[in-house]
Design a protein around this ligand. Structure first.
Ligand SMILES: [Ca+2]
Ligand SMILES: [Ca+2]
Length: 324
């Protein structure tokens, strides 16, 4: 009886936390990412490149960003779709490494408000990348490391697990991974319909995915090609490492009240038949989180699991070593 009352109390706390967390959730990110989204993916910047198709398929609650006005000074008619490649290079880096989708409109507004979008400069002023990190970095486990025009340094950074937002001639791309077996680098290109795209071999052109050789990337930047040599790159590093042991419903490596909240929210989502109801925005990692959240292993995520996670957390916090 006593135990039942504690359980009830804990659930009430969890329900309260759910409301609080939902109120505090940053508008920078969207949670309704379809588990069917391909991975990797380079989110596209314009309608022509298929941004709205990707969005309607995989980001059902996200507003369209393509035509969002993004003018410099007295300019008119410019938009994220036409000029937002710098923003998308950050968004694609963060999504690849953490599964967090950053809202392009919020980043565009931030760049305008903070003066990173200035007449005479294509895209953003280079200080945007560190400015982004200062304001949003912590919430998405992302940190600006340095800027460089040394292309060898950029590739070394990618080999060590970081990403680069790199300026190529007239465009920004993200370089996010390295394949040591084939000595190739994964680029995410937010505008796969540009003319230059005829000059490389694609893995998944529609979704902006290509693995390039070091020679292709190291060449001095020139029109129509993907060389980053003697151009500007912003290097980012990531705190995020995914793990999802039992109870760790959100996959961040610790079992705490947020996991109980995640399990409850998921349970409520199932009951309400919410579309794209997921525990983790990263399609491959969502499955691991679903297993981790089902702490009583009955193949369903319910209030019982949330309650079990809370009990486990409460016992750990009290200095015990609980078992599942
Ligand atoms: Ca967790
Ligand atoms: Ca269960």
């Amino acid at each position: 009886m006593h135990r039942k009352r504690i359980r009830k109390g804990l659930l009430r706390i969890a329900a309260a936390c759910t409301s609080i967390i939902m109120l505090c959730t940053s508008p920078l990110t969207t949670e309704a990412l379809s588990p069917d989204a391909p991975f990797p993916i380079a989110w596209q910047q314009s309608e022509e490149a298929g941004a709205d198709i990707q969005r309607s398929l995989y980001l059902s609650e996200q507003e369209s960003w393509c035509n969002y006005p993004w003018n410099r000074g007295s300019e008119t008619g410019n938009s994220i779709g036409l000029a937002g490649c710098s923003l998308l290079s950050v968004i694609n880096s963060v999504y690849y490494k953490t599964g967090e989708f950053l809202n392009p409109v919020i980043l565009a507004e931030f760049a305008l408000a903070e003066g990173y979008r200035t007449p005479g400069v294509d895209g953003v002023a280079i200080s945007f990348f560190s400015g982004f990190s200062d304001v949003f970095g912590e919430s998405c486990d992302t940190a600006f490391l340095m800027s460089t025009s040394d292309a060898e340094r950029v590739l070394e950074h990618v080999r060590s697990g970081g990403t680069s937002c790199s300026n190529i001639y007239g465009h920004w791309i993200a370089i996010v991974d390295y394949d040591p077996e084939n000595d190739l680098y994964l680029i995410l290109d937010s505008s796969h319909t540009s003319k230059r795209s005829a000059n490389i071999t694609w893995t998944d052109k529609e979704n902006g995915i290509a693995w390039l050789t070091p020679d292709e990337l190291l060449e001095t930047g020139r029109s129509g090609y993907y060389g980053i040599g003697e151009r500007y790159s912003a290097l980012f590093q990531f705190e995020y490492t995914f793990s999802a042991d039992t109870g760790d419903a959100n996959g961040n490596g610790v079992v705490d009240i947020n996991d109980a909240n995640a399990a409850l929210t998921y349970y409520a989502g199932v009951a309400a038949e919410v579309e794209n109801n997921t525990l983790h925005p990263h399609p491959e990692q969502n499955a691991a989180c679903l297993t981790a959240a089902d702490v009583n292993t009955d193949n369903a995520i319910t209030v019982e699991d949330a309650s079990g996670i809370l009990e486990y957390y409460a016992a750990s916090a009290a200095g015990f070593t609980p078992e599942w």
